[in-house]
Design a binder for this molecule. Sequence first.
Ligand SMILES: N[C@@H](CCC(=O)N[C@@H](CS)C(=O)NCC(=O)O)C(=O)O
Length: 204
Amino acid sequence: MIYYDSPNPAPNPRRVRIFAAEKGIELPTQMVSITAREQKSPEFMALNPRGQTPALQLDDGTVIAESIAICRYLEALHPAPSLFGATPAALGTIEMWCRRIEMVVMEPVGKIWVHTHPYTERLGLHVHKEYGEWNRPRLRAGYKMCETALAETAFIAGADYSIADIILLTTVDFATFIGEPLPADMPHLTEWHARVTARPSSAA
Ligand SMILES: N[C@@H](CCC(=O)N[C@@H](CS)C(=O)NCC(=O)O)C(=O)O
């Protein structure tokens, strides 16, 4: 098995590293440099036609790309501790939060990154500054949804730490890196961030 990884601040490969750390799984790793554009090399594109990290190549050659698909594979191999939910209700609630975070937090962060950040401008991507700016209040609204939920529960999908916390943590840290720190008027989200950052896995 080879895990094709990229260093921080890339948020998606970090999801898998945190997930593996929570489960105590060691992943034989090969680094792919995003700054050197190695993810767009013909060799890597043959593994993952999206030209993105992470990707996991199994011993029989099968390639699983998409961070959450890799985590699901690892969960099936190592069911305990369950991070996708051990009961039908937990499974549904965790999945709901994963989708919400992807759609209302990660999505605006990605748009702010691509459309306002000097790094992506240098890459010559198709940049629409106004659209990037329009996503800043969308991100705040996404954070507000999390803030309201975290007033009631220790973790984003309930009483237990889950994959949804991993998606939110990696997204928040990447947002901070691109100049969008957590809003100062969201104390529950700020406390949650300290709580999940205190876990040893967050160093991944
Ligand atoms: N939906 C994918 C997103 C993967 C992704 O956006 N990877 C970023 C690193 S965080 C990447 O490879 N960016 C470089 C590029 O798109 O060329 C996942 O969850 O794995």
